[in-house]
Design a protein around this ligand. Sequence first.
Ligand SMILES: NC(=O)c1ccc[n+]([C@@H]2O[C@H](COP(=O)([O-])OP(=O)(O)OC[C@H]3O[C@@H](n4cnc5c(N)ncnc54)[C@H](O)[C@@H]3O)[C@@H](O)[C@H]2O)c1
Length: 323
Amino acid sequence: MSWLVTGGAGYIGAHVVRAMTEGGERVVVYDDLSTGSADRVPADVPLVVGSVLDAALLEQTIRDHAVTGVVHIAGKKQVGESVERPLHYYRENVTGLQTLLEAMTATGVTRIVFSSSAAVYGMPDVDVVTEDTPCVPMSPYGETKLAGEWLIGAAARAHGIRAASLRYFNVAGASAPELADSGAFNLIPMVFERLEAGEAPRIFGDDYATPDGTCVRDYIHVQDIASAHLAAARRLSEAPEGTALTLNIGRGEGSSVRQMVDRILKVTENEHMTPEVTARRPGDPARVVASADRIREELGWVARHDLDEMIESAWQGWRHHHA
Ligand SMILES: NC(=O)c1ccc[n+]([C@@H]2O[C@H](COP(=O)([O-])OP(=O)(O)OC[C@H]3O[C@@H](n4cnc5c(N)ncnc54)[C@H](O)[C@@H]3O)[C@@H](O)[C@H]2O)c1
C-alpha cells in the first residue's frame, strides 16, 4: 500500500509518518504547512505542499504517487479559536475532508484513517467513555470532527470506502525533542509556560466531583497514537468494502489535573512551587476517561507508554523549542 498522510508535517502527523515508514508502509506527506513544518518530514519521504481544499492537487498527488489509502490528520485543532472562527473551522475540517473524499472517489482510493477527537463527546456524564456514549460536542471544533465522522460513514456506505475514525483523548509527549508540539494549548505545555515565566502553575477549579476535586483526563503518548494509526491502516488494507470503525485511543486510565501538575513539578525539579487554584473554566467536563476495549478487540492495540514518559519527553521538547 502507498499512503497519503495529510498533516504529516504536524505534531501527530510526524509521529504517524515515522511509525508507518518504520512499519514498512510507503508514505507521501501532503501538508499546507500552516501549522506544520517541513523539517518534521523525514528526508526520504516525499512532501507535497498544498491544502486539502485543493481538489486538483489532491488528485494529481494521488495519481503521481500511486496512492491506495489516506491517513487524514490535517486539520485545525484549537477549541477556543473554533468558537471565534467557526466558519474557518468548518471550511478547513469539514469542507477539507469532503474535498479529500471527492478526490478519493474520483481516483478509486477506498481506504481512510481519520483523526477524530474525544471532543465529539462534549461533557460526558459517565465514568468511562465508550464509543457508544452519546456525542454532544461543546465547541465548533468538536462539531467539525463529528460531522467528519458522519461524512466518512455516509461515504463508506455509498462508495464502498473502508474507514477508521480514531477519537484521540489527551495527546502528550514526543519521540524526539524536535517532533514535540510547540504550542501551549494543553495542560502539560501550559504548566511549562508558567514555570518558565517563574510563575506557579494554575489549576482551574478544585471543587469538581472527583477524588481530589480537580478535573480528570486520559493522557496518551503520541507514539501510542502513531502505532494505533499503523494498526488501523493495516486493518483497513484487509477489510471488506463499507467497513467503518470508530475507535477511542486512550489508556483507559484517569489522571487528575493535580496529579499531573505534581508530576510535572517533580520532573522539572520545581517541587518547591505550590500550584495556584483559580476559578473553574467554563465548559470543562469533570471527567473524560476512555474505554480502550474496542480498539484492543478490533486492532489488538494497547498503549505502551506511561505518564512519566509523556511528561519527560514533552519537557525535553519544550526546552528544544523554547531554548
Ligand atoms: N493534539 C491533540 O491533542 C489532538 C487531539 C485530538 C485530535 N487531534 C487532531 O489531530 C490532528 C493533528 O493534530 P496536531 O496536534 O498534530 O496538530 P498540528 O497543528 O501540529 O498538525 C496539523 C497539520 O495539518 C496541516 N494542515 C492544517 N490545515 C491544512 C490544510 N487545509 N491542508 C493541508 N494541511 C493542513 C498543518 O500544517 C499541520 O502540519 C488534527 O486534525 C487535530 O484536530 C489532535
